[in-house]
Design a protein around this ligand. Structure first.
Ligand code: ADP
Ligand code: MG
Length: 141
């Protein structure tokens, strides 16, 4: 499924993500592709709300991975600092339990991005973002 949605504010992006988060099943992985400031972490905050995560979600850039309790646990990975790191990091082994996984900068962690559920964020102007959803799994949007 491919779908393009344009949002006009941070709140609109979060509302969209919240709706998606509320409908996600455990075991789903979403890869968030886009430049700094494109809206990836903003999207994760909305997703977390939809998953009924109570704690505040912010960018885990300095820890790479954070797990949040919700109706389904949310694992938030930001691979930004892994640019140029070549070794296999074994995230897949670590995350065998049933969670929703969302990964910023997945290109530093995964080779075959096209085989995954991806959301590509493009900054159009200060408050406008174009989100291109490319879902392999059966996810309602
Ligand atoms: P990233 O994680 O991709 O680096 P962030 O989500 O941290 O990006 O930052 C996005 C920034 O863009 C925030 O300051 C947010 O308020 C702003 N913004 C403006 N318009 C939008 C929009 N339509 N959707 C998402 N964020 C937006
Ligand atoms: Mg971010």
């Amino acid at each position: 499924m491919e779908k393009v949605i344009t949002t006009h504010s941070r709140e609109e992006t979060q509302a969209l993500a919240q709706k998606l988060g509320a409908s996600l099943n455990q075991g789903i992985t979403l890869l968030l592709i886009g430049d700094l400031g494109a809206g990836k972490t903003t999207f994760v905050q909305g997703l977390a709300k939809g998953l009924e995560v109570q704690s505040k979600v912010n960018s885990p850039t300095f820890v790479i991975m954070k797990e949040y309790q919700g109706k389904i646990p949310l694992v938030h990975i930001d691979a930004y600092r892994l640019e140029g790191v070549e070794q296999e990091l074994g995230f897949d082994d670590y995350l065998e339990h049933e969670v929703v996984k969302v990964i910023e900068w997945p290109q530093y962690l995964i080779d075959n991005l096209q085989d995954f559920n991806t959301i590509t964020f493009d900054r159009i102007d200060e408050n406008t973002r174009q989100l291109t959803f490319n879902f392999k799994d059966d996810i309602t949007l």
